[in-house]
Ligand binder design. Structure first.
Ligand SMILES: [Zn+2]
Ligand SMILES: [Zn+2]
Length: 108
């Protein structure tokens, strides 16, 4: 069953690992190793969503909550993941690769 398309993707240039590369590597490790210490995709899918609600006061005082992974402020009405237990909030795309590797909050 040899395919002519071997799909090798290990020949990307490594002039400073880009975030995409790092995420790809994390995702690759997660899917190829079932004994990772992280959380399963299924479990991540069950993390509750939270809609960011900001009043003008909060915005004016610069008290915007932010995502500890990418350090970006959340936008009003943005849908984010809220971890059970510590109630920290993260973008779905930020917390997902982390949780696949670590069964804990990135802030700890
Ligand atoms: Zn983020
Ligand atoms: Zn937390």
């Amino acid at each position: 069953m040899a395919s002519p398309h071997t799909g090798q993707w290990g020949d990307y240039v490594t002039d400073g690992a880009s975030l995409d590369d790092i995420i790809s590597q994390i995702m690759d490790q997660a899917s190829s190793s079932s004994r990772s210490s992280g959380v399963s995709e299924e479990r991540i899918d069950r993390i509750p969503w939270h809609t960011i609600q900001l009043d003008l006061d909060t915005t004016a005082q610069g008290l915007l909550p932010d995502c500890a992974v990418c350090k970006d402020d959340f936008l009003p009405e943005e849908r984010v993941r809220q971890l059970e237990g510590c109630h920290h909030q993260y973008h779905d795309v930020c917390i997902r690769p982390w949780l696949l590797q670590h069964a804990s909050c990135p802030v700890w």
